[in-house]
Design a protein around this ligand. Sequence first.
Ligand code: FMN
Ligand code: SF4
Length: 488
Amino acid sequence: MTRVRVSDDALALACGADEVAAAFRRQGCTVERVSSWGMHWLEPLVDIGGDGFGPVEVADVPEILRGDGAKAIGRIADHPFLTRQQRLTFARAGKTRPLDLGDYAANGGWAGLKRAGAIGAQASIDEVTVSGLRGRGGAGFPAGRKWQTVADAPAGPKYIVCNADEGDSATFADRMLMEGDPFCLIEGMAIAALATGADKGFVYVRSEYPHAFAKLKAVVALAAPLIAPFTIEVRLGAGAYVCGEETSLLNSLEGKRGEVRAKPPLPALEGLFGCPTVVNNVLTLAAVPHILSEGGDAYASLEPGRSRGTVAIQLAGNIRHGGLFECGFGVTLRELVEEIGGGTASGRPVRAVQVGGPLGAYFPPEMFDTPFDYETFAARDGLIGHGGVCVFDDTVDMARMARFAFDFCAAESCGKCTPCRIGAVRGRETIDRLLAGEDAAAQIELVTDLCETMKFGSLCALGGFTPFPVMSALSHFPEDFAGRGRGG
Ligand SMILES: Cc1cc2nc3c(=O)[nH]c(=O)nc-3n(C[C@H](O)[C@H](O)[C@H](O)COP(=O)(O)O)c2cc1C
Ligand code: SF4
């Protein structure tokens, strides 16, 4: 009987994976639902004995089974999109059934936790510190240092909180990991708990991720005996972008309004219910099992700079070959967008990419030599954030994108501080005046001044980083602003 593997990842489902799976079953095949390889343009991708077919429609099924090659892409593992990658966190992507403990264990699962148990708490933290792993949620804070602070805090209740709110535009890596390899996240959290002395964990899952939520609930029950006495509770997020900010997330977890807390105190010292708390992104925690099993030195040696290990880059927007690209830091935007991503899906020239979500800067093609790492992006007034790369073609109106940044901030602001709460609204009004043709030079001066205030006067990065997309649009695409008003 032919064994057919089809992903049950939400993106594959949206592309018709369930219908394709059912069609193969009707033909008498055994169908296994596996994680996604992360090649989005090929979903639903069908795997028969390692050979790939995609994107498959129900009508293609009889031909595929007859050996017709119209949708054949050859050996999946040899696809150039995959062979250029270095998959550590996503090593099992496409290969295992997400809820199958046997698959997980047979493919390297639990080796990290086992080693952490053998070497003990402090040596486990040391491995993470040596690895150079930095937070993948956006701020890039060293994970080992955060864990050490929690471990050194006075004994008492301590928590591991996984930030799975994944609100950035063009990002989906957390979702892919939670849907495709959820035991890996559980293992990472269990190692964090062992290392810091925490006995309870929470996963705060984005409310728009029902599949990830359901899978996590299932694996937490399955893994409970393996991670005891540590326990994990899976919670659905409140549906606000700002609830991804760690202190706002903690308030939300406590049942309060998702409003940002002033820092200090750091969550590592006074976090959930006032107790020492590790708040880490999904990908930070999911990188840990590999680091523990293979050693921190090996992870650090992948990159000589300050950005160590691998980064899960997400290619999205107007791009031909969108998907998950895990590789060492240092790959350039040009390689990502033009070579790996194949340019725009529309076939028109690329005009801009926004990296790092809605608070990230827009880069024009002249800056595509920028290597993907924390420091270089910061030096060019950008951020890599959670690794989302959103591509725009030459029909994009950058003044409208600047307006969108203010609009987004106005909609998502928690309202705690004035520069963000009021500034975002005033910024949107000012761009509206510019778009209506009212003295462009005067509006640009106002926007620039407003951005300075938001940048330095906001309590958190929502208000503080909104100037990045606005000012990068203004400085790299001035022609979209200057020509619009009578004074421009
Ligand atoms: C407005 C805002 C939204 C954020 N959203 C997320 C998010 O969705 N997921 C995430 O992991 N971090 C998010 N962060 C970053 C978190 O505050 C925090 O830095 C992170 O959870 C720490 O984990 P890490 O060190 O593993 O990255 C956000 C920050 C801000 C200011
Ligand atoms: S910057 Fe905005 S989101 Fe952040 S604390 Fe201030 S009002 Fe809230």
